[in-house]
Design a protein. Structure first.
Length: 126
């Protein structure tokens, strides 16, 4: 779901967890399509990392981040090879969890959002 107010674009899928980025932020990141409401790859990665506060199965990630199986597979594979997440097998289920690098990525992402737009309240890490 996406909405638009004045010079800000809001996007998110997790109930009250909304991330607002100004047009200036999108321009600085080289993202040209501001008005279509689509999330950038970096926003999707940050959203997935926010969901991985505790070990989480893939279907929960797909549901909370509004992704298809194919999309989640691509992102989770990329994030695993980039050492942002790790997998564990708990009671026969594969779970995903943030690594220290994933926590650092999310912290830096939140700082970047705040630096680019002082009117934005970045979602918390925990």
């Amino acid at each position: 779901m996406a909405g638009r107010r004045a010079d800000k674009i809001t996007c998110g899928t997790g109930g009250s967890r909304w991330l607002a980025l100004s047009k200036r932020c999108y321009c600085m990141l080289g993202m040209s399509k501001v008005s279509d409401g689509n999330r950038s790859k970096i926003e999707i990665i940050a959203e997935i990392l926010r969901q991985l506060r505790v070990p989480t199965i893939r279907t929960n990630i797909m549901s909370h981040c509004n992704m298809s199986s194919a999309q989640s597979g691509q992102y989770l594979t990329f994030m695993r090879t980039s050492d942002l997440i790790r997998t564990d097998a708990i009671r026969g289920n594969v779970t995903y969890q943030r690594t220290e690098a994933g926590r650092e990525f999310l912290m830096l992402y939140n700082k970047m959002v705040l630096l680019l737009d002082h009117g934005v309240s970045a979602p918390s890490l925990m």
